[in-house]
Design a protein around this ligand. Structure first.
Ligand SMILES: [Zn+2]
Length: 99
């Protein structure tokens, strides 16, 4: 049986399927449910901060993904969200008075 990714116990049972059809498991020790090879891996804050710093360097996304051990797909999405939040530097044109 698949080992629990949370507590590493092998005391797990099959527990139905998720909407994508993947097998879902439940851990008897910690009670958490999990799926095999989850598509949405949770990236912790420390890794995000590391990636933030790496993004400022001239490193390819593939290189960052390898260094931070995240998928390139996730990194791409994360990077896009990051850039979307950065306010664009729009040159301010002073309003003409009167006219
Ligand atoms: Zn567990």
């Amino acid at each position: 049986m698949l080992a629990c990714p949370i507590c590493a116990s092998s005391d797990t049972v099959k527990n139905g399927c998720i909407h994508t059809g993947k097998q879902r498991f439940k851990c008897h020790d910690c009670g958490r449910q999990f799926v095999e090879q989850p598509t949405q891996k949770v990236i912790d804050q420390a890794t995000r901060e590391l990636i933030d710093r790496l993004l400022l360097e001239r490193i390819s996304l593939a290189g960052i993904a390898r260094a931070a051990q995240v998928s390139q797909q996730w990194l791409q999405t994360y990077g896009n969200e990051k850039y979307a939040k950065v306010p664009r530097q729009v040159p301010v044109t002073p309003k003409k008075r009167g006219d």
